[in-house]
Design a binder for this molecule. Sequence first.
Ligand SMILES: [Zn+2]
Ligand SMILES: [Zn+2]
Length: 437
Amino acid sequence: MVAFSKHYLPFSCYEVGHTWTPFCPSASSGVGLSCFEEGLKIYSSVYLLSALLSGKLPNIAQCKRIFSSIVQSSFFLACNGFCFIGAFCICRQIFGRFGVLSSGFFPSFIANLIAILVERPTRRPALAIYVTNVASETIYNQLVARRFLTPIPHGDIIIFSLTLAGLFRWFQATQDRNNFLFKLLRALVGEGEIRSPSNLPTVKTPPGKGIWNKSHPLCPHTQGCLQNSFQVLFKRFLCGWGLHASVSAILSFPLIMRKPSNLLLLLKGMKHVRFGAFIASLATIYQAVCCALRWLQDSNRKSHSILAGLLAGISVGFYRNSTLILYLAWKTLEVLYYEGIEAGYLMKVPGFASFLYSLSTSILFHAAVMEPHNLKPSYWKFLMKITGSRISQLNRTSLDCLGLQSSKMLPNFNPEYESNHISDQFKLWLQGHKDEY
Ligand SMILES: [Zn+2]
Ligand SMILES: [Zn+2]
């Protein structure tokens, strides 16, 4: 058996990377074309769905804009795939070998930077947040796998609570009322909770005698605090349950059409109840804590929202979804960053979204090449789809000597090489590893 250094691998890009073809240009253009084809399918659905959701029939100019957006975004995806394989081969030529970082991270960073400049500038921040979210999950998996980190019990709930504390504080202070997050929070806790005391409704139902009808004079709701809390709990549960069940029904539409009895089965699903309970408890805890603080301090401070958000975070215990939690955490950091720039506390870094996209996607590509078992399964599926399964056709057994158990997820992959395109050194290595296939 041929043994190599733990830090580098002397094989060619064909032997390690594009095992399906010995020709570098053919490999990169094949992956680029596959990405473009899949990109057209993905972005056609995305842009057409958002046009449909806007509720307006697009005119000719808008149709042209949608079409050019679909082509531009697909070209961005194609460019990312094409440049990644190209940079992978060029890096091998320059370094003369493969190392832990030159197999995935470096070539990917170059490719990502070129590709993101092709994408529309308005889409770059959203893309950066999306990949940073997936990359943070991947880094967490990598740290746990290396035993640098032990999972903290209820760590997701702690992250969500801190996120809500920051998010609700931003909600009370921001002027950016067209922001999607602002509209979402307003729908959740109601218009009243963002009004300043001077704007409070003056007309209230006469206070009753019982605790049920009692409300603090500074409370924005017209009913008693307890009555309002129960109303919020009931209404938000119905909304949350209905929304989750409707989305599930739309996604399972072909299945329901084939067998209508599936609809009843779908509506009985516990995940809808859990989502309803999550939304209901979040809104109710937030409002109840705000009411309690008004009673305790006899004032209506914006800082109350921090404690209310922190406690409302417990609600995620009903619906523990790490993607949702991390996405909201990164979105919160994004809005706080922009508020910080607006207030003059933070500096605006030009091209920050493009850099963040490139860095986060490099982390994901490094994992996809070197340790796919630590990658989020849905992202691996996405890579398989856009590359026409080429991402699974790397010779990861040869990368195992770099110490990251690269072939752990696909131990039985056995590439068919063209013998006139492989080196004697690699032939010797193949001989030594015959039994492993
Ligand atoms: Zn090559
Ligand atoms: Zn109240």
